[in-house]
Design a protein around this ligand. Structure first.
Ligand code: FES
Length: 264
């Protein structure tokens, strides 16, 4: 959704037949949210700059070709936006199908079960079946047996990184939304994370020169863990004790800088 627009000239547009007025520079996604309409999303958050990588938030805009990402599209006066047309629903379902085709199907035993945005979005777009097979033609049911075969670089086959004392990194669950990379840069200013590889091989990496999180420039601030929409980056305490049943505003438990990071 991107960070909120600074106060600008009011702009009035139509979203799904409702007239909405927001400051100039606001994204279509944020304008819809302010009118109570939630557009499915995976890579956008309230606090990070919009990135436009997951393509789940596509919308139709009258007079404009294609289906732009609503998180990176600014509002214009008189714009007429459709967020629930047959075309965008079909595209979103197709996008989710591709994500799930390359994701472990262990939701019932996953530490993020019930608190996973990928799970939420699959439900939001009405995904029931996945027509595609996993990489290297491995049937989805065989994902787990197929992991860790020698020489493979696909994240589905890479082992978990348990080196950090506070959190784990499981590349098989990464959807490469880059929220962790952007949180590391925008929230913490550390630039410890990057995206490495292409296509099915792409994954979050704690720097090309580091073997694992512990030997990287990571300062264990936890911003990446907070930003992760799946169980890719998980607090060890959550894995051991389960998902917290309430939210508090607290000083970050990791570095003690006192930045009042909001734990959810
Ligand atoms: Fe807009 Fe991901 S939320 S492209």
């Amino acid at each position: 959704m991107g960070t909120p627009a600074k106060q600008g000239k009011p702009v009035t547009l139509s979203i799904d037949g409702f007239e909405v007025t927001v400051p100039e520079g606001t994204s279509v996604m944020r304008a819809a949210a302010e009118a109570g309409m939630q557009i499915p999303k995976l890579c956008a958050t309230d606090s990070l700059d919009a990135f436009g990588s997951c393509r789940l938030c596509v919308v139709e805009i009258e007079g404009r070709r294609g289906t732009p990402a609503s998180c990176t599209t600014p509002v214009h006066p008189g714009m007429v936006v459709h967020t629930q047309s047959e075309k965008v629903r079909r595209i979103r379902k197709g996008v989710m199908e591709l994500y799930i085709s390359d994701h472990p199907l262990d939701c019932l035993t996953c530490a993020a079960n019930g608190d996973c945005e990928l799970q939420d979005m699959a439900g939001a777009v009405g995904l029931r079946d996945v027509r595609y097979e996993a990489p290297e033609n491995a049937p989805l049911a065989n994902h787990f047996e197929a992991r860790n075969t020698s020489g493979a670089t696909n994240p589905q086959w890479l082992p978990k990184d348990d080196s950090n004392p506070y959190f784990t990194y499981d590349p098989s669950k990464c959807i490469v939304c880059s929220r962790c990379v952007r949180a590391c840069e925008e929230v913490q200013g550390t630039f410890a994370l990057t995206i490495q590889g292409r296509g099915f091989d792409s994954r979050v990496s704690p720097g090309m020169a580091a073997d694992d999180f512990l030997s990287s420039d990571c300062v264990s601030c936890g911003a990446c863990v907070q930003a992760c929409p799946t169980a890719t980056l998980q607090e060890k305490s959550v894995i051991e004790l389960g998902t917290p049943d309430r939210s508090v505003v607290t000083t970050c438990a990791y570095c003690g800088v006192g930045c009042s990071f909001k734990a959810e």
